[in-house]
Design a protein around this ligand. Structure first.
Ligand code: SF4
Length: 341
């Protein structure tokens, strides 16, 4: 992709702001069950993305509203005002981070460069940027804007699912190898620990596939953030169901234990269909982690809680955007008893 040749900082007229972020920034009025701790912004374009990910309302062949990303509404607001309010909220500690998400078109990348530079104040404030796979020059351009972290979404847990959902079989420009190459380049440019990727649970992979890919990502110091697949009307995958909550809890627990180094891949036992059946590690230690509720909170860049990205506020909650109540911990535990040795 030669997008990077055309990269320049382009001040956008408008930027999309997730509804919850718009309320926190004072751009919209509303009551929030849980406030976002990160301000989520999305580049505003009137055209669809050049890519064709089957789950995404912005995709080339999707008929869904361009106001959506996952199940969240992202109305547009004047960019200058959004930037000023985001800087102010970050400085006052009302937000821990800003995240600029980029629609894959040259204008999207150009707008993102301007947004990141002006919100991070050249690196003073914590800003993540979520971009399509770029080469070194593109990554360095974002690094120079002051982005502290970069995310390149793998989304799929294996090559087959990747090809079907967002790769060549989906009519998209992406390849599994190209994404891994970009993640490795991003590590060189941003440094180990400063690169995030997103994994969507429920695209047709097994729990074993997810455990393996999480382990591989961690081995190269890329932090995986989990999402639950969410069907959006008008997208190619609109008829695919969400994953079972019990399966999602197993993957959250596996991710958490692998991130903390409490288990390794060989401690995880899977059955013939790739479902986790047992965690062969100290059950006290594993129980302590479950009891903390931490494995079930939103994962990703520091300070990112993404309230209700994957769920209706009434639940079930796949990712808790806040610490769990005692009852919520008990519910998670009841779904996990059979895998704790
Ligand atoms: S984990 Fe959160 S802050 Fe980081 S790139 Fe993903 S959505 Fe943005």
């Amino acid at each position: 992709m030669r997008l990077v040749d055309k990269m320049r900082h382009l001040k956008p007229r408008l930027v999309r702001v997730s509804y919850g972020s718009a309320v926190v920034l004072g751009l919209a009025r509303g009551w929030l069950k849980t406030k976002p701790t990160t301000s989520y912004l999305l580049t505003y374009l009137e055209e669809r993305c050049l890519a064709n990910c089957g789950f995404c309302p912005q995709a080339k062949d999707s008929n869904a509203s361009l106001n959506l990303l996952s199940r969240v509404e992202w109305p547009p607001y004047p960019a200058q005002e959004v930037v000023e309010r985001a800087v102010n909220a970050l400085r006052r500690g009302l937000l821990k981070r800003a995240c600029v998400q980029v629609v894959n078109r040259p204008e999207g990348l150009n707008q993102a460069l301007w947004l990141v530079e002006h919100i991070s104040l050249g690196g003073e404030l914590p800003v993540s940027v979520s971009i399509p796979p770029l080469g070194r020059r593109g990554l360095e351009a974002f690094k120079r804007t002051g982005a502290g972290r970069v995310s390149i979404a793998l989304d799929a847990a294996n090559r087959r699912v990747f090809d079907e959902v967002k790769g060549l079989n989906a009519g998209g420009p992406y390849t599994w190898d190209g994404h891994w190459k970009a993640l490795r380049k991003a590590l060189e440019v941003f440094g180990p620990g400063n690169v995030t990727t997103h994994l969507i649970v429920g695209l047709g992979e097994t729990e074993r596939d997810l455990a393996r890919v999480i382990d591989k990502l961690l081995s190269i110091k890329v932090l995986p953030a989990l999402f639950a697949f969410t069907p959006i009307p008008g997208t190619r995958l609109e008829a695919l169901p969400q994953p079972e909550v019990a399966s999602y809890r197993r993957i959250q627990l596996v991710r958490h234990l692998l991130v903390k180094g409490i288990v390794s891949l060989k401690d995880l036992e899977f059955n013939h269909v790739g479902r986790l059946v047992r965690i062969k590690a100290s059950s006290e230690e594993v129980m302590r982690e479950i009891e903390s509720g931490e494995p079930f909170e939103t994962s990703g860049c520091p300070g990112c809680n993404r309230p209700f990205y994957n769920e209706k506020p009434g639940g079930p909650l796949y990712n808790y955007p806040r610490p769990l109540s005692r009852q919520e911990v008990e519910e998670a535990l009841s779904l996990l008893r059979d895998v704790v040795a």
